[in-house]
Write a protein that binds this ligand. Structure first.
Ligand SMILES: O=c1[nH]c(=O)c2[nH]c(=O)[nH]c2[nH]1
Length: 342
């Protein structure tokens, strides 16, 4: 998710050449080649589209130690900055560049100084740090992906300092902030793979000469859910609780109660019901988007096997998992601005 799509007029129409020392003002090192005159000709005819730079995949484990009880969070963090000037691109002048190595160091220093409570709050901290420290930073975007560690259970008891990698779903967040604007906070979940063996049908869909798929009143339903949601506020939000609540909304509308389940007439309907439940339950999110690829499991046709091979060739046991193609169903559900209708 990148928001920097607006174009940016190239500053200055004068044909300037970088100083022969390369523009960093220290006069050291070999003289850099002067850009050819063609490099600056006609540059007012062009403007930048999306641009920015940063460090990707800064790996970080944070250990919070309260006596014998330790709590961990492990992340990969991307930091991206957009500067107010473009002289780095245009002129080869590096004076304004906060090196990607410096950005990496910043992630570690902020984690050491302030700790990490949630990915969203750590992202907010990184954004405000860069905007506060450097006047020439126009926009910051931070992507965080969390490693799914869970506290180990030993003899039914939670372990003080041992953890189990449990990749049921991957949590991620994107926090971005433009100078003088409030931050945009997106929470997310991906890789949540689920399957149910009944309580799913797909019938009565559009009939024409191109349709060959028969109605199916009882099929396998499997998907790998991706969800992203936008917060309308950060005030008083328990970001961990929101993530767990949204995961549980997906479980509720996909699986239903353990004994009877919940009927799904289509992936579309299940997806919508999960999104609606999330908006109903969490007032601090303004919109939610989900993707549910339909991971097909096709019934293997056993009808051609003679009774000498198969006494009962009606098959509800053996299915063929199909990797590709897969259906893809997605939708974003937003709160309507009811006030504007009054
Ligand atoms: O739940 C479904 N939605 C569809 O749009 C679709 N299309 C299809 O072939 N199978 C399914 N299943």
């Amino acid at each position: 998710m990148r928001r920097w799509s607006n174009t940016n007029r190239i500053n200055g129409t004068h044909h300037q050449h970088p100083p022969s020392n390369g523009g960093n003002g220290n006069g050291k090192g070999k003289p850099k080649p002067v850009a050819g005159s063609m490099d600056h000709e006609n540059r007012e005819n062009y403007e930048f589209g999306k641009y920015g730079y940063g460090k990707n995949h800064v790996k970080l484990l944070h250990v919070f130690r309260e006596g014998p009880l330790h709590t961990i969070r492990e992340f990969e963090v991307d930091t991206h900055l957009k500067l107010t000037t473009q002289k780095d691109y245009l002129d080869g002048n590096n004076q304004d560049i906060i090196a990607t190595d410096t950005q990496k160091n910043t992630v570690y220093v902020l984690a050491k100084k302030h700790g990490i409570k949630t990915p969203e709050e750590f992202g907010l901290l990184i954004c405000s740090h860069f905007l506060y420290m450097y006047r020439h930073v126009e926009e910051v975007e931070v992507n965080l992906e969390e490693y799914p560690w869970e506290r180990l259970q030993a003899d039914g008891q939670e372990h003080n300092h041992a953890f189990l990698f449990s990749p049921n779903a991957i949590r991620f967040a994107t926090v971005s902030q433009k100078r003088n604007e409030s931050p945009l906070i997106i929470g997310g979940l991906k890789g949540l793979r689920v399957l149910k063996t009944t309580q799913s049908a797909f019938t009565d869909f559009y009939q024409d000469g191109y349709r060959t798929l028969p109605d199916d009143n009882d099929r396998i339903f499997s998907t790998v859910v991706t969800a992203t949601w936008e917060f309308s506020t950060a005030n008083g939000v328990d970001f961990d609780d929101v993530w767990i609540t949204i995961k549980n909304c997906i479980f509720d509308k996909f699986a239903g109660p353990p004994d009877k389940g919940i009927f799904s007439p289509s992936v579309q309907n299940t997806l919508y019901l999960a999104e609606k439940m999330a908006l109903d339950k969490i007032p601090q999110i303004s919109r939610i988007q989900m993707q549910m690829p339909n991971k097909h499991y096709l019934n293997v046709d056993m009808s051609k096997f003679p009774p000498s091979i198969l006494e009962n060739n009606e098959n509800k046991e053996v299915y063929h998992p199909i990797d590709k193609p897969s259906g893809i169903i997605y939708a974003e559900l937003l709160r309507k601005n009811l006030m504007s209708k009054l």
